[in-house]
Design a protein around this ligand. Structure first.
Ligand code: ZN
Length: 241
């Protein structure tokens, strides 16, 4: 979960109090498309003293928090929370939405997270290309050895029957090894499949698996990468790499 790696939420003087409405039509920085979430579901308030509160706005499916000690879920109507309180809107499945309180407050980092994924995707691509080149080199060596074995077996004089036979056998083994080692078609397919499972959408209420194309286009086909940055609030963006 990329957002969880980001640093603390900092407020400049005069920024408080802050109020964030959570919901399908809320003011949180990320899109919520989950069906179990009400239009205006809950509210996070940070008062003048920097104290965080979570309040349910009469939602249909309820607002819950996770107990950090035993992982249990509790329904809340109004509760003092911290930036790291884990919030569930609605049911704890694909119909609901879950995230850390701080994620609902920091400016929308969707674009920054996508740029990070593009960078990671390039690294993965380069790694896979190197693997591919190694396999192809091995394939060339094997096919070279096969040709040598078969060629020599034909050039040998008639009376060297045993040696001829052995060289033919070696040639046959090598050529079957060649077909096993690396097949450019299935190899490419595997690489594409592997890359398509690597990245999650940076929107905490989406978490859809992104394909390499999605990452390159910097857009998630699920939530369309909808982010509403809140320019009033800054967050320190020191990432633990
Ligand atoms: Zn998404």
């Amino acid at each position: 979960m990329p957002y969880a790696e980001l640093g603390a939420v900092n407020f400049a003087p005069g920024q408080l109090p802050v109020e964030i409405i959570l919901g399908k039509e809320g003011t949180q920085p990320f899109a919520i498309e989950a069906t179990g979430v009400s239009r205006q579901h809950a509210k996070i308030t940070i008062d003048q003293n920097g104290q965080w509160f979570l309040e349910d706005l009469g939602s249909l499916n309820g607002t819950f928090v996770r107990n950090e000690h035993d992982g249990s879920k509790h329904r809340v109507s109004r509760l003092a929370i911290t930036p790291m309180t884990f919030i569930y809107l609605g049911p704890d499945n694909s119909l609901g939405c879950k995230f850390y309180a701080r994620q609902a407050v920091v400016a929308g980092n969707f674009t920054a997270e996508m740029q990070y994924l593009v960078m990671r995707d390039q690294e993965v691509e380069e790694d896979l290309k190197k693997q591919e080149q190694k396999a192809l080199l091995l394939r060339r060596i094997i096919s070279g050895l096969t040709l040598i074995a078969l060629g020599v077996s034909f050039l040998l004089p008639k009376e060297q029957t045993d040696l001829k036979m052995n060289l033919l056998r070696i040639g046959t083994i090598l050529s079957s090894l060649y077909t096993i080692i690396y097949n450019p078609q299935t190899g490419r397919k595997k690489i594409v499949e592997k890359r398509n499972r690597l990245f999650d959408c940076p929107n905490p209420c989406c978490s859809r698996k992104l394909s390499s194309q999605d990452v390159k286009a910097m857009q998630c086909p699920g939530c369309k990468g909808k982010v509403k940055p809140n320019p009033r609030i800054q967050s320190s963006t020191t990432r633990k790499s």
